[in-house]
Unconditional design. Sequence first.
Length: 253
Amino acid sequence: MGEPVYGIHAVEALLARDPGSIVRLQVQRGREDRRIAALLAAAEDAGVAIHRVPRSALDRLVQGRHQGVVAELAGGPAAGDNTLAREAELWAHLEALDHPPLVLVLDGVTDPHNLGACLRSADAAGVDAVILPKDKSASVTPVVRKVACGAAETVPLHAATNLARVLKGLKERGIWLYGAAGEAQSSLYAQDLTGPAALLLGSEGAGLRRLTREHCDFLVHLPMAGAVSSLNVSVATGVCLFEVVRQRTADPR
């Protein structure tokens, strides 16, 4: 069996995008409300087996707030995951877009709660692809899926075996790389982000790695007016992404 997916939002998204990956849906016995009824209807329409079980059984299956629903997945490393597994697929995906690509690169975000929150912001901002290094990064675990509230099933993901090569590929395709760094001289808000853009954010402690910084076309910072010197990476990701959204949707008048 693959890792379970739990939480109403995450399971709803999985049922909508890839119901065939679900072996069975376990639902808390005695829980009857509108959200569970809608989820059960979607599962029945997709032909997914439903099992009513005591809450204690769900508590043993997952560690976290399951909200009374756990989807058990078929085996395989990518079960229930829409990861763009090969670089060729990533390039084909980006080149087929009819708008300037917006890419999010997370360089070594290891906390699953932060990764889940970043994916949720990426989905909300309409990010076209999220790129993670294959190593030294959190993977898409049940905790990530739960925090992401369904975004882990909707945002295209690419695990880069060689992140430097992928960054070079982005630049070769005309995508500008903007790295977030607290010591950068230029403000994010001074950049024109309406063209093809990739936003690069680093790990919770060290930030962007040296080699990643060297690939950036621009290093930018978020102006900080208070006593703290930096933001949590998931908060910074949301701020950066929605500055792109603001610029791209601003009324030119």
